[in-house]
Design a protein around this ligand. Structure first.
Ligand code: ZN
Length: 132
C-alpha cells in the first residue's frame, strides 16, 4: 500500500522513528500500535543516528547483489534513543569491531539493480571518529 511504502522510504532516508504520545517511548521500526503500551497515538521524530555496537557478526558469504562488499559486518546497534537496529557496518575492518564501540549512521548506496538502473540507498553505521 502507499502509506506503507511511504513509511519505509522515510525510514530508509532519514532514520525516522515514532514517539508514543501516551508513554513517550521511541517506536522503531515504526508500527501502528505502540509495543510498549498498545496506544495508537504517535508522532514522528528524527533519531540522532548515534549509538553503540550491541553485538555483531561478520558475513563471509554475501547475498546476491552484495558480493563486492564481502566480507562485511552486520551489527545490532543500540541507538542513543533506545531502539535496536540491525545494519551493516562500514569504514571499519571486521577484526577491529568491538562491542560497545560508538557508531553513527551514514547513508550509502546498498545495491544497484542492473536491469532497471535503480540504485537503492540505505543506512549503514560507521565508527565515530575519536577526538585525538
Ligand atoms: Zn506507548
Amino acid at each position: 500500500s502507499i502509506p506503507r511504502n511511504w513509511r519505509v522510504r522515510q525510514q530508509r532516508y532519514s532514520l525516522k522513528a515514532e514517539v508514543c504520545n501516551a508513554c513517550g517511548k521511541h517506536i522503531f521500526p515504526p508500527r501502528d500500535v505502540c509495543p510498549h503500551c498498545a496506544e495508537q497515538k504517535q508522532s514522528w521524530t528524527n533519531l540522532s543516528g548515534r549509538g553503540e555496537v550491541y553485538s555483531f557478526t561478520t558475513m563471509f558469504n554475501a547475498p546476491s547483489g552484495f558480493a563486492e562488499y564481502a566480507p562485511y559486518t552486520m551489527a545490532l546497534v543500540r541507538l542513543a534513543e533506545g531502539p535496536m537496529i540491525t545494519a551493516q557496518l562500514t569504514d571499519v575492518e571486521a577484526n577491529s569491531v568491538k562491542i560497545g564501540m560508538p557508531v553513527e549512521m551514514v547513508t550509502r548506496k546498498l545495491t544497484q539493480d542492473s536491469d532497471e538502473g535503480q540504485i537503492v540507498y540505505g543506512y549503514k553505521f560507521r565508527p565515530v571518529l575519536q577526538a585525538a
